[in-house]
Design a protein around this ligand. Sequence first.
Ligand SMILES: Nc1ncnc2c1ncn2[C@@H]1O[C@H](COP(=O)(O)OP(=O)(O)OP(=O)(O)O)[C@@H](O)[C@H]1O
Length: 268
Amino acid sequence: MTAPTPLLSLHNISKRFGGLAVISDVSFDVSAGARMALIGPNGAGKTTIFNLVSGFYQPDEGDIMMEGRAIQTIASRHRIGLGIARSFQNIRLMPHLSVTENIMLGQQARAGGVVELLKPLSFFGHSHWRDEAQALLKDMGLHTYPGEVVANLPYGIRKKIEVVRALVARPKLLLLDEPAAGLNAAETDSLTGFLKRISDTGVTLLVVEHDMGLVRRLCDHVVVLNFGRKIYDGPTANVQNDPLVLEAYLGPRDAASPAKTAEGCHAA
Ligand SMILES: Nc1ncnc2c1ncn2[C@@H]1O[C@H](COP(=O)(O)OP(=O)(O)OP(=O)(O)O)[C@@H](O)[C@H]1O
Protein backbone atom coordinates (compact mmCIF):
# COMPACT_ATOMS: atom_id res chain seq x y z
CA MET A 1 0.00 0.00 0.00
CA THR A 2 1.40 3.44 -0.90
CA ALA A 3 1.62 6.11 1.80
CA PRO A 4 -0.95 8.93 1.50
CA THR A 5 0.34 12.15 -0.11
CA PRO A 6 1.36 14.56 2.67
CA LEU A 7 -0.68 17.74 2.92
CA LEU A 8 2.52 19.82 2.76
CA SER A 9 6.00 18.76 1.69
CA LEU A 10 9.20 20.73 1.56
CA HIS A 11 11.76 19.19 -0.78
CA ASN A 12 15.37 20.34 -0.46
CA ILE A 13 14.47 23.97 0.20
CA SER A 14 17.27 26.55 0.30
CA LYS A 15 16.96 30.29 0.78
CA ARG A 16 19.68 32.92 0.77
CA PHE A 17 19.56 36.62 1.58
CA GLY A 18 22.49 38.22 -0.22
CA GLY A 19 25.35 35.91 0.62
CA LEU A 20 23.74 34.54 3.79
CA ALA A 21 22.34 31.01 3.61
CA VAL A 22 19.29 31.19 5.89
CA ILE A 23 17.70 27.84 4.92
CA SER A 24 19.90 25.03 3.62
CA ASP A 25 18.49 21.92 1.96
CA VAL A 26 15.52 21.50 4.31
CA SER A 27 12.98 18.74 3.61
CA PHE A 28 10.03 17.60 5.71
CA ASP A 29 6.42 16.47 5.36
CA VAL A 30 3.32 17.55 7.22
CA SER A 31 0.59 14.88 7.10
CA ALA A 32 -3.05 15.83 6.81
CA GLY A 33 -4.55 16.21 10.28
CA ALA A 34 -1.14 16.48 12.01
CA ARG A 35 -0.32 18.76 14.92
CA MET A 36 3.31 19.50 14.22
CA ALA A 37 5.82 21.93 15.72
CA LEU A 38 8.74 23.68 14.04
CA ILE A 39 11.23 24.66 16.72
CA GLY A 40 14.84 25.82 17.00
CA PRO A 41 17.00 28.48 18.62
CA ASN A 42 16.59 32.16 17.71
CA GLY A 43 17.53 32.85 14.12
CA ALA A 44 17.31 29.15 13.13
CA GLY A 45 15.05 29.95 10.16
CA LYS A 46 11.56 29.05 11.45
CA THR A 47 9.81 32.25 10.38
CA THR A 48 11.61 32.08 7.04
CA ILE A 49 10.07 28.63 6.49
CA PHE A 50 6.64 30.11 7.24
CA ASN A 51 7.34 32.96 4.83
CA LEU A 52 8.31 30.43 2.16
CA VAL A 53 5.21 28.28 2.72
CA SER A 54 2.88 31.27 2.73
CA GLY A 55 4.55 32.75 -0.35
CA PHE A 56 6.13 35.90 1.10
CA TYR A 57 9.48 34.52 -0.06
CA GLN A 58 10.43 32.32 -3.00
CA PRO A 59 12.94 29.52 -2.37
CA ASP A 60 16.23 29.69 -4.28
CA GLU A 61 16.15 25.92 -4.60
CA GLY A 62 13.69 23.13 -3.94
CA ASP A 63 9.96 22.54 -4.18
CA ILE A 64 7.09 23.31 -1.83
CA MET A 65 4.25 20.87 -2.49
CA MET A 66 0.67 21.23 -1.26
CA GLU A 67 -1.32 18.02 -1.74
CA GLY A 68 1.27 16.88 -4.27
CA ARG A 69 1.27 20.09 -6.32
CA ALA A 70 4.34 22.39 -6.54
CA ILE A 71 3.24 25.81 -5.27
CA GLN A 72 6.47 27.76 -4.87
CA THR A 73 5.74 29.98 -7.88
CA ILE A 74 2.16 30.71 -6.80
CA ALA A 75 1.70 34.24 -5.42
CA SER A 76 1.13 34.65 -1.71
CA ARG A 77 -2.42 36.02 -2.18
CA HIS A 78 -3.45 32.87 -4.04
CA ARG A 79 -2.10 30.44 -1.45
CA ILE A 80 -5.08 31.04 0.79
CA GLY A 81 -7.15 29.50 -2.00
CA LEU A 82 -4.94 26.42 -1.80
CA GLY A 83 -5.87 26.01 1.85
CA ILE A 84 -2.93 27.73 3.58
CA ALA A 85 -3.68 30.30 6.29
CA ARG A 86 -1.44 31.96 8.83
CA SER A 87 -1.65 33.80 12.12
CA PHE A 88 1.17 36.08 13.17
CA GLN A 89 3.26 36.43 16.30
CA ASN A 90 2.18 40.03 16.81
CA ILE A 91 -1.54 40.51 16.97
CA ARG A 92 -2.74 42.15 13.76
CA LEU A 93 -6.34 42.81 14.69
CA MET A 94 -8.01 46.22 14.25
CA PRO A 95 -8.27 47.25 17.91
CA HIS A 96 -11.19 49.67 17.53
CA LEU A 97 -13.42 47.30 15.58
CA SER A 98 -15.60 44.68 17.22
CA VAL A 99 -14.65 41.02 17.42
CA THR A 100 -17.18 40.17 14.68
CA GLU A 101 -15.91 42.94 12.40
CA ASN A 102 -12.35 41.71 12.81
CA ILE A 103 -13.43 38.20 11.85
CA MET A 104 -15.28 39.67 8.86
CA LEU A 105 -12.07 41.31 7.64
CA GLY A 106 -10.72 37.79 7.31
CA GLN A 107 -13.54 37.05 4.86
CA GLN A 108 -12.27 39.58 2.30
CA ALA A 109 -10.78 37.03 -0.08
CA ARG A 110 -14.00 35.02 -0.25
CA ALA A 111 -16.24 38.10 -0.36
CA GLY A 112 -14.25 39.56 -3.27
CA GLY A 113 -13.03 42.62 -1.35
CA VAL A 114 -13.55 44.70 1.73
CA VAL A 115 -16.14 46.99 0.08
CA GLU A 116 -18.54 44.09 -0.33
CA LEU A 117 -18.15 43.27 3.35
CA LEU A 118 -18.51 46.82 4.60
CA LYS A 119 -21.64 47.61 2.57
CA PRO A 120 -24.05 45.46 4.51
CA LEU A 121 -22.08 46.15 7.69
CA SER A 122 -22.63 49.92 7.43
CA PHE A 123 -26.07 50.08 5.88
CA PHE A 124 -28.04 47.15 7.17
CA GLY A 125 -26.04 45.96 10.17
CA HIS A 126 -26.73 42.41 9.07
CA SER A 127 -25.41 40.09 6.38
CA HIS A 128 -24.68 36.45 5.81
CA TRP A 129 -20.98 37.30 6.24
CA ARG A 130 -21.74 38.63 9.71
CA ASP A 131 -23.86 35.58 10.51
CA GLU A 132 -21.06 33.30 9.36
CA ALA A 133 -18.47 35.18 11.44
CA GLN A 134 -20.66 34.94 14.54
CA ALA A 135 -21.34 31.24 13.98
CA LEU A 136 -17.61 30.58 13.73
CA LEU A 137 -16.95 32.53 16.95
CA LYS A 138 -19.66 30.49 18.66
CA ASP A 139 -18.24 27.20 17.36
CA MET A 140 -14.87 28.17 18.79
CA GLY A 141 -16.36 29.03 22.19
CA LEU A 142 -15.99 32.82 21.77
CA HIS A 143 -19.68 33.64 21.45
CA THR A 144 -19.70 35.95 24.48
CA TYR A 145 -17.42 38.44 22.72
CA PRO A 146 -18.82 39.23 19.24
CA GLY A 147 -19.85 42.87 19.83
CA GLU A 148 -16.96 43.74 22.11
CA VAL A 149 -14.32 46.16 20.82
CA VAL A 150 -11.10 44.18 20.52
CA ALA A 151 -9.00 46.77 22.37
CA ASN A 152 -11.01 46.09 25.56
CA LEU A 153 -10.34 42.34 25.62
CA PRO A 154 -7.55 40.49 27.45
CA TYR A 155 -4.48 39.59 25.39
CA GLY A 156 -5.18 35.83 25.57
CA ILE A 157 -8.64 36.33 24.05
CA ARG A 158 -7.26 38.58 21.31
CA LYS A 159 -4.81 35.83 20.37
CA LYS A 160 -7.70 33.39 19.96
CA ILE A 161 -9.64 35.91 17.88
CA GLU A 162 -6.68 36.28 15.55
CA VAL A 163 -6.61 32.49 15.10
CA VAL A 164 -10.36 32.46 14.38
CA ARG A 165 -9.83 35.18 11.78
CA ALA A 166 -7.37 32.88 9.99
CA LEU A 167 -10.00 30.12 10.08
CA VAL A 168 -12.60 32.03 8.08
CA ALA A 169 -10.67 31.15 4.94
CA ARG A 170 -11.48 27.50 5.80
CA PRO A 171 -7.84 26.44 5.61
CA LYS A 172 -6.57 22.89 5.44
CA LEU A 173 -3.25 24.02 6.91
CA LEU A 174 -2.94 26.66 9.62
CA LEU A 175 0.50 28.15 10.28
CA LEU A 176 0.76 29.55 13.81
CA ASP A 177 3.76 31.76 14.56
CA GLU A 178 4.52 31.71 18.31
CA PRO A 179 0.87 31.60 19.44
CA ALA A 180 1.85 31.50 23.14
CA ALA A 181 4.22 34.50 23.00
CA GLY A 182 3.23 37.01 25.69
CA LEU A 183 0.67 34.71 27.35
CA ASN A 184 0.73 33.70 31.00
CA ALA A 185 0.50 30.02 32.06
CA ALA A 186 -3.30 29.99 32.38
CA GLU A 187 -3.76 31.72 29.02
CA THR A 188 -1.31 29.26 27.40
CA ASP A 189 -3.29 26.32 28.82
CA SER A 190 -6.50 27.75 27.49
CA LEU A 191 -4.93 28.42 24.07
CA THR A 192 -3.62 24.83 23.92
CA GLY A 193 -7.14 23.47 24.46
CA PHE A 194 -8.45 25.93 21.88
CA LEU A 195 -5.90 24.77 19.28
CA LYS A 196 -6.75 21.13 19.98
CA ARG A 197 -10.37 21.97 19.33
CA ILE A 198 -9.40 23.49 15.97
CA SER A 199 -7.34 20.40 15.17
CA ASP A 200 -10.37 18.21 15.99
CA THR A 201 -12.28 19.97 13.20
CA GLY A 202 -9.74 18.53 10.74
CA VAL A 203 -7.42 21.53 10.31
CA THR A 204 -3.73 20.59 10.13
CA LEU A 205 -1.53 22.67 12.45
CA LEU A 206 2.09 23.68 11.92
CA VAL A 207 3.25 25.68 14.93
CA VAL A 208 6.42 27.70 15.49
CA GLU A 209 6.77 27.91 19.25
CA HIS A 210 9.44 28.41 21.92
CA ASP A 211 7.19 27.22 24.75
CA MET A 212 8.03 23.52 25.01
CA GLY A 213 5.14 22.95 27.41
CA LEU A 214 2.71 23.91 24.67
CA VAL A 215 4.64 21.89 22.09
CA ARG A 216 4.55 18.77 24.28
CA ARG A 217 0.85 19.08 25.05
CA LEU A 218 -0.27 20.00 21.53
CA CYS A 219 2.10 18.39 19.03
CA ASP A 220 2.99 14.77 18.42
CA HIS A 221 5.73 15.49 15.88
CA VAL A 222 8.55 18.03 15.84
CA VAL A 223 11.00 19.34 13.26
CA VAL A 224 14.03 21.16 14.70
CA LEU A 225 16.09 23.68 12.74
CA ASN A 226 19.48 25.03 13.67
CA PHE A 227 21.35 27.58 11.53
CA GLY A 228 18.88 26.89 8.70
CA ARG A 229 19.44 23.13 8.65
CA LYS A 230 17.10 20.40 9.84
CA ILE A 231 18.63 18.54 12.77
CA TYR A 232 15.62 16.53 14.01
CA ASP A 233 12.36 15.25 12.50
CA GLY A 234 10.48 12.87 14.76
CA PRO A 235 8.26 12.30 17.79
CA THR A 236 7.92 15.08 20.37
CA ALA A 237 8.56 12.53 23.10
CA ASN A 238 12.18 12.00 21.96
CA VAL A 239 13.22 15.49 20.95
CA GLN A 240 14.52 16.65 24.30
CA ASN A 241 17.02 13.81 24.55
CA ASP A 242 18.34 14.06 21.01
CA PRO A 243 22.09 14.84 21.11
CA LEU A 244 22.03 17.27 18.16
CA VAL A 245 19.06 19.13 19.61
CA LEU A 246 20.73 19.33 23.02
CA GLU A 247 23.86 20.70 21.44
CA ALA A 248 21.90 23.27 19.42
CA TYR A 249 20.19 24.64 22.51
CA LEU A 250 22.85 24.18 25.16
CA GLY A 251 26.19 24.16 23.33
CA PRO A 252 28.55 21.16 22.99
CA ARG A 253 29.91 21.11 26.57
CA ASP A 254 26.60 21.43 28.42
CA ALA A 255 24.90 19.01 26.05
CA ALA A 256 27.41 16.32 27.07
CA SER A 257 26.31 16.55 30.70
CA PRO A 258 23.89 13.67 31.45
CA ALA A 259 21.77 15.88 33.72
CA LYS A 260 20.84 18.23 30.90
CA THR A 261 17.78 17.95 28.69
CA ALA A 262 16.56 20.27 25.98
CA GLU A 263 14.15 21.84 28.46
CA GLY A 264 16.40 24.80 27.67
CA CYS A 265 14.37 25.02 24.45
CA HIS A 266 12.03 27.17 26.49
CA ALA A 267 14.67 29.73 27.24
CA ALA A 268 16.20 29.73 23.77
N1 LIG B 1 14.50 39.47 4.75
C1 LIG B 1 15.66 39.10 5.33
N2 LIG B 1 16.84 39.63 4.93
C2 LIG B 1 18.00 39.26 5.48
N3 LIG B 1 18.12 38.35 6.47
C3 LIG B 1 16.98 37.78 6.91
C4 LIG B 1 15.69 38.13 6.38
N4 LIG B 1 14.75 37.40 7.03
C5 LIG B 1 15.40 36.63 7.94
N5 LIG B 1 16.74 36.87 7.86
C6 LIG B 1 17.79 36.22 8.67
O1 LIG B 1 17.56 34.84 8.57
C7 LIG B 1 17.87 34.20 9.80
C8 LIG B 1 16.69 33.38 10.23
O2 LIG B 1 15.65 34.26 10.61
P1 LIG B 1 14.21 33.74 11.06
O3 LIG B 1 13.42 34.94 11.44
O4 LIG B 1 13.66 32.84 10.04
O5 LIG B 1 14.60 32.89 12.35
P2 LIG B 1 13.65 32.31 13.48
O6 LIG B 1 14.08 30.91 13.71
O7 LIG B 1 12.22 32.54 13.13
O8 LIG B 1 14.08 33.18 14.73
P3 LIG B 1 13.26 33.67 16.05
O9 LIG B 1 13.03 32.45 16.86
O10 LIG B 1 14.20 34.61 16.68
O11 LIG B 1 11.99 34.32 15.55
C9 LIG B 1 18.27 35.28 10.77
O12 LIG B 1 19.67 35.35 10.79
C10 LIG B 1 17.66 36.52 10.16
O13 LIG B 1 18.40 37.66 10.50
